[in-house]
Design a binder for this molecule. Sequence first.
Ligand code: GDP
Ligand code: MG
Length: 458
Amino acid sequence: MLESIGNAFKKSIDKITSAIFVDKSLIESVVKELQRALIIADVDINLVKELTDKIKELGKGNIKGIEKKEQLIKLLNDELQNIIGGEKKQLELGKKEKILFIGLYGTGKTTTISKIAAYYKKRGKKPVLLGLDVHRPAAPEQLEQLGKKLEVPVFVNKQEKNPIKIYNEFKEKLEKYDLILIDSAGRDALEKSLIEEISEISKTIKPTHTILVIAADIGQTAKKQVEEFKKACKIDGVIITRMDSSAKAGGALTACAQTGAPVYFIGTGEKPADLEEFNPKTFISRLLGMGDLETLLEKVKSATDEKQRKKLEKSLEEGNLNLKDVVEQMKSLEGVGGFSKLKELIPGFNKIKSEDEEKLENAQQKTKKWEHIIKSMTPYELENPEILEKQTSRISRIAKGSGTTTSDVRTLLKQYKMIKEVSSGAKDFGDITNPSQLSQKQLMKLAKKFGKKKMMRF
Ligand code: GDP
Ligand code: MG
């Protein structure tokens, strides 16, 4: 459905969460990814530009670390919600409702009516279907069949070609039901005869709601269609069908939001159960697979250990990075591995078992091991890990004490050595007259090396 948009936003959020610094290249890659996905989904180019401009603007500002990350993620979440419909607008049903469904030919009106009947029947309503599509010869039969399956009564007259007459014929019988769903005829385009027909039906029947049915595969053209129908007759809101089968679904959704017409439901298949009430907020949570915004921000916080980052920066500046610092930093980087945790929050997302996830799980297990190793070391060993290389008996003792192997201990030592090398090498470059600048650069270089080694190792 909207996988490409969902994945692009998900990737961006992951990138932001796991980055040590929010810098220009991070913003650029996020912007590029989003632009691509939104354009493929046929989202209006102006909307795409607006969104990515906001990200760039926020990226420029001078807020540091975690606050910037939080702001960026909040912006992404809010903007995505905005472009697909803002706050939820529910179809409010009173005690007795007459809903007229209109739309062009083949958009899914008849199918949607049966879905709506099934949906509200389950919720205690007494629906009835009235067939006023007098143009398509097979229309009454289709409605009858759908009604029969759902055990919902259907009123049609296969001979009569005047919809008003059909309505009058069944008017009294319809009174027995509290949810009258009225099917109407479509046309290939919004032509005058269709508007006249709908207007006349509207005047006579006085529906409590009029809902326009459109198909997702028209993409952003939905905007024009909704606007034209709005001009021609009064509509309350929209149902978008075929959300399951069109890559342009994102375009259709965002286009409807642009017109201000609420999307009440979306159709996600041909069966009666393939209907979802549309709520931008929960829709996005599901799309991103990350629960709500609060949960997401919580994850950013736990993944970004500011204190730890500052400490590391200081140790690097002073040139006395120790093993504990290294492991703590690894831990905070990999805390992002929350992917598997995030997944648990969302039903249906367990299916995703990616290579990345396995990598992360491995990495997490590894850092856990390292933690145990460190706990088995004496303060002297922690301050001077170099001595371990020469004293294998110490390595064996640590391995035993931590429930790991000597090769685990050696791996940790190697990692430490590498970071130490990078950090001392980093002293040679950068502006020495500006220590804060220097330490940032050091860290960046460190992070880069770190990342590369990590990829190789896990
Ligand atoms: P109408 O002319 O507007 O009444 O359209 P129909 O209800 O007859 O539907 C036209 C076609 O679209 C049918 O083959 C439906 O099964 C199909 N359809 C309707 N809604 C959906 C949907 O949400 N997903 C998919 N995949 N197909 C749908
Ligand atoms: Mg129909």
